[in-house]
Design a protein. Sequence first.
Length: 81
Amino acid sequence: MTEPSAESDLSFEAALQRLESLVQRLESGQAPLEEAVTLYEEGARLKALCEARLKAAQLRVEKVVLGADGQAVGVEPAEFG
């Protein structure tokens, strides 16, 4: 099992890959109950980590604002709907 402190060091891609492997293990039904609970808890932490990383990336994305002449006049935060 990955320790919580090590989880926070994972990249988004690594955390998502680990989360996907946990889901596959849980869906297979092969994990004993205690292991399944531990996997679920780790998965919940990884899900929260992925969501936080996505939110941070979303806040960093900006869109280019074009003026009437079609030229870039600045940037503003992107809106995601």
